[in-house]
Design a protein around this ligand. Structure first.
Ligand code: PDD
Length: 272
């Protein structure tokens, strides 16, 4: 009970997608884990090869081909005292669930989101297990029958409660830059790589709430949702013309490229 994560939310986590029993973008997830641990002064208890072998064991002992591996490192157990104690043994926890990415039907319909004020703290770049703000925001979205909460701070888009956000305006894909206000998503990086590799027009810059609300397309990205279209925002259909309230053509291109990219990477690279 005195684990610092239980008492204070004092820990870091990762969610790593596994396709055909191979971890996708493992090195990037482990690098982000290291950065988050360092930010809050927890010594990483394992090096990348040790993590890789632990994750490999979890994958091996679970029945699914596609899995979502969750790992958590907490500061450890200590008497309740706010200041970070030194010299604790971090608690390490891993588990896997079946990875269920959005179905074809869900993608064709798209998701619904509401816009909410981002009332989280100013270190959203740290993948902390202190997710109370995110959980609260997601619940407010669910209260309105929505699947996601898209967040704005001081008039600008940050991210969503458990995903990053991209918009499309006049054929250009736009996403906010990495900062302390968003989690640096591994999927976000993959999507930007895909846009670059396929010469799809894109910009990494601030997105105003006005632009968000006027977007032709809105996508959310995460390790479990991959790229997923938001087709209703604040009860209004997203987009215009024949694409009104439907996933748009730029989404269709990016999604197709994502699937090809994933298959190619999984065939070629050395993974767990
Ligand atoms: N969430 N932003 C937030 C606040 C997130 O919680 C997540 C991921 C992302 C996307 O990051 P990535 O592409 O690396 O999955 C962005 C995970 C999946 C979760 O908490 O379950």
């Amino acid at each position: 009970m005195l684990d610092r994560a239980f008492m204070f939310g004092d820990g870091i986590y990762e969610v790593i997608p596994v396709y055909s029993r191979r971890a996708f973008r493992l090195a990037e997830h482990l690098a982000r884990l290291e950065a988050s641990l360092r930010a809050i002064r927890i010594d990483n208890p394992h090096d990348p090869s040790q993590w890789s072998s632990l994750i490999g064991k979890v994958i091996e002992h679970n029945p699914w081909q596609d899995q979502s591996v969750y790992l958590q490192v907490t500061r450890g157990v200590a008497p309740r005292e706010h200041q970070f104690p030194q010299g604790l043994t971090p608690t390490v926890f891993l588990m896997a669930n079946a990875l269920v990415t959005p179905s074809k039907d869900q993608i064709e319909r798209g998701g619904s989101a509401i816009v909410l004020a981002d009332f989280r703290w100013l270190h959203c770049e740290v993948k902390s297990v202190s997710l109370l703000g995110n959980c609260w925001l997601r619940t407010l979205a669910a209260d309105c029958g929505c699947t996601e909460a898209i967040l704005v701070r001081d008039g600008f888009l940050t991210e969503a409660s458990s995903s990053n956000v991209f918009i499309v305006r006049d054929g250009v894909v736009i996403t906010p830059p990495k900062s302390n206000l968003i989690l640096p998503g591994v999927t976000y990086d993959v999507v930007l790589e895909i846009l670059r590799a396929n010469a799809m027009a894109h910009q990494v810059r601030q997105v105003s709430e006005t632009e968000l609300r006027a977007a032709d397309e809105i996508w959310v990205t995460s390790s479990s949702k991959e790229i997923f279209p938001i087709t209703t925002l604040d009860s209004k259909p997203v987009g215009q013309g024949e694409n009104l309230g439907k996933p748009g053509p730029v989404f269709a291109r990016a999604y197709a490229h994502y699937q090809v990219f994933k298959a190619t990477v999984m065939r070629s690279a050395a993974h767990v």
